[in-house]
Design a protein around this ligand. Structure first.
Ligand SMILES: [Zn+2]
Length: 177
């Protein structure tokens, strides 16, 4: 790393410490004595994705992130949740230690995580990636969504078709307990 001030190619390390996933080094130029900082990170060996038509494409975290972001658009998710999801998947992919990974595996990994994070985002993602092989699977997923939302909005043990005031009264009574 050349000195950013004078361009000299040699420097000495005056301090180094571990940060997140790398090492931060404080350096001093041997020529002009200016101090600067460098970060060292492990560059993972490249990973290729096998597309459905058998073409290979280098894995791109940005691409993965864009896909997940689109699915999570306007969903009430905590800040950083989407980035963390992409980070987790990227880390897991490299942990597998394979040179090539089918795109369907990556899609499955995303869906598995989205399913527990946000069901709407999960359905969006799954439909975009055409992972629903047929309309029946899609219908099942939507049915699961509808029934889980009904469970949340309906107090346990009540008939489903109570008038709204009755529901509110029950909800109030329950929340006082
Ligand atoms: Zn210098």
């Amino acid at each position: 790393m050349n000195c950013p001030y004078c361009g000299y190619q040699d420097s000495r390390v005056i301090d180094s410490r571990d940060v997140n996933d790398g090492i931060r080094r404080r350096r001093q130029c041997l020529s002009c004595s200016a101090r600067f900082t460098t970060y060292e990170r492990l560059q993972p060996s490249s990973l290729f994705v096998i597309k459905k038509d058998e073409r290979r494409e280098e894995f791109s975290r940005d691409k993965l992130l864009t896909g997940i972001r689109k699915a999570c658009e306007k969903r009430p998710l905590p800040t950083g949740a989407v980035d963390k999801l992409a980070d987790d998947i990227e880390a897991e992919l490299y942990r597998l230690g394979k040179a090539e990974i089918p795109s369907t595996i990556i899609g499955d990994m995303v869906m598995e995580r989205l399913k527990s994070l946000d069901y709407i985002a999960y359905i969006r993602f799954a439909s975009v990636y055409r992972a629903f092989t047929d309309i029946t699977t899609l219908k099942q997923a939507v049915d699961t969504l509808v029934s889980s939302e009904t469970e949340v909005s309906r107090p346990a043990g009540q008939l489903p078709l109570l008038p709204n005031e009755e529901l509110e009264r029950v909800a109030k009574r329950r929340s006082r307990k």
